[in-house]
Write a protein of this length. Structure first.
Length: 95
């Protein structure tokens, strides 16, 4: 593959793993790419300070943990999609 190609990876997860309040907050975040079926979050520059700031904005621990896991998996993006896969080991929210 040519070196000028830039490849980024995305972890796709169902929106069932975020709270309704998370969705409401993400709707108004300038640093989130929103699309018809969910949200796309770039986690490349996230660190513990960024995660603490996210939590202070009212986002749930569930979402904060998903962002952390995305980075730990080595992915660049977290895609929260209404038709994305549900995870067995992650809280689910019925909204």
């Amino acid at each position: 593959m040519p070196k000028e190609y830039e490849i980024q990876t995305t972890w796709v997860v169902s929106t069932i793993h975020i709270t309704e309040r998370d969705s409401e907050i993400l709707d108004h975040c300038l640093w989130i790419d929103q699309y018809r079926y969910g949200f796309l979050i770039n986690v490349q520059d996230f660190d513990e300070d960024t995660l603490a700031q996210i939590a202070s904005e009212g986002l749930s621990l569930a979402l904060t943990n998903l962002v952390r896991r995305t980075a730990e998996l080595g992915c660049d993006w977290l895609r929260l999609d209404c038709d994305g896969p549900e995870l067995k080991d992650t809280p689910k929210f019925d909204w």
